[in-house]
Design a protein around this ligand. Structure first.
Ligand code: HEM
Length: 317
């Protein structure tokens, strides 16, 4: 069902922390500001980014056995935002770093589906509460991070795996983004299948035209003009025993993968010239045929992103 995201943002932003269960949204949001500082009117994480527009089209019909989503039956329109991870105002494009891609997808029958992904393959910690503690340990520095790591072994596995990855500089369009959290596909019979998904470049790995600290936008515009910026939505079905509610646990071994859809970018523009800046990329806004998993991090992300958009837009007034 289509819902006004903006109305949700404003009403959730107004909720007192006590109504939000154990996670204190305002306090969690403040941890980002303590670590990165405040860029007024901008997001407090994934602060630097730009807008990308395009279409999502179905690819492999095999996904229809698992999901009745309109994402897989017709052409949807997409407003996306690509970003550097982290809350610094102006990280350099010409240095390797973690990236993000968020998408607001409007289906042919006017359903909404929102996605927000990172380049990380799995999360450094199991819970939202631990993530906020990690941010505060990083803000405190040195021994605080060591103490945090000693109490949270998932961080060691995260660092070992991600530290060994290829650090070649790639533009946004040459990069794979991962859901990290799990979701359910739901078919017409109501059967639920747990999965994670990725958006993988479906063509060239992203030709680099010329590098400088702000080259990402013009690079993508050049590649779109050259006719080839697209990503495949690759759905990975969970095997029995895979962690559904813990994004710090990697799914290893053979898995069934379905190339369910393709996102083809048709234009890229700055936030000032585009339509992505005001969007709340709430990962729990899903089209029919999907459901959030039991992972409590999804609900926390929903609350904290709503809080962020309320604050950011009020600063722009
Ligand atoms: C407890 C875990 C997490 C917390 C507390 C958190 C927090 C945040 C915050 C505060 C923002 C800025 C929102 C705003 O001010 O509008 C943000 C943006 C974002 N987050 Fe998260 N995040 C979490 C997990 C994740 C995960 C697991 C992913 C993806 C795998 C992710 C992907 C993104 C992306 C792509 C954006 C930028 C969206 C855009 O371009 O607007 N986050 N996050």
């Amino acid at each position: 069902m289509r819902t006004s995201l903006f109305a949700i943002c404003l009403s959730l932003a107004a909720l007192p922390a006590a109504a939000e269960g154990e996670f204190n949204t305002e306090d969690g949001f403040a941890a980002f500001e303590e670590l990165f500082g405040v860029t007024e009117g901008k997001r407090r994480n994934h602060t630097k980014g730009f807008c990308v527009e395009g279409v999502l089209t179905p690819v492999d019909d095999a996904v229809k056995a698992y999901s009745s989503s309109p994402l897989f039956t017709g052409t949807s329109t997409v407003i996306a935002r690509v970003s550097h991870k982290g809350g610094k105002a102006n990280p350099a494009d010409d240095k390797y770093g973690l990236l993000g891609m968020a998408m607001e997808i409007t289906t042919a029958d006017d359903d909404l589906h929102v996605i927000a992904m990172n380049t990380e393959h799995f999360f450094p910690v199991a819970t939202s509460e631990a993530f906020i503690k990690l941010l505060r340990a990083k803000a405190a520095g040195g021994d605080a991070v060591k103490a945090f790591a000693a109490a949270h072994p998932a961080l060691k596995a995260y660092k070992a795996y991600h530290g060994a990855l290829d650090k070649t500089l790639r533009p946004y369009e040459g990069t794979t983004y991962n859901s990290v959290n799990a979701f359910y596909l739901v078919n017409g019979a109501g059967e639920k299948t747990p999965m994670r998904f990725s958006f993988r470049p479906s063509g060239a790995e992203g030709i680099v035209v010329e590098t400088h600290p702000d080259f990402f936008l013009e690079n993508m515009q050049a590649n779109i003009a050259g006719g080839g910026v697209s990503w495949d939505m690759v759905i990975t079905l969970a095997n029995p025993g895979d962690a559904i509610a813990d994004p710090s646990v990697q799914w290893t071994g053979d898995h069934t993968e379905i190339v369910a859809a393709r996102f083809t970018a048709t234009a890229a523009m700055s936030e000032a010239d585009g339509r992505c800046d005001a969007i709340n990329f709430d990962p729990t806004v899903l089209s029919d045929g999907f459901e959030p998993s039991e992972d409590p991090m999804l609900e926390v992300r929903s609350l904290i992103y709503a809080h962020g958009v309320g604050k950011r837009l009020s600063e722009q007034d």
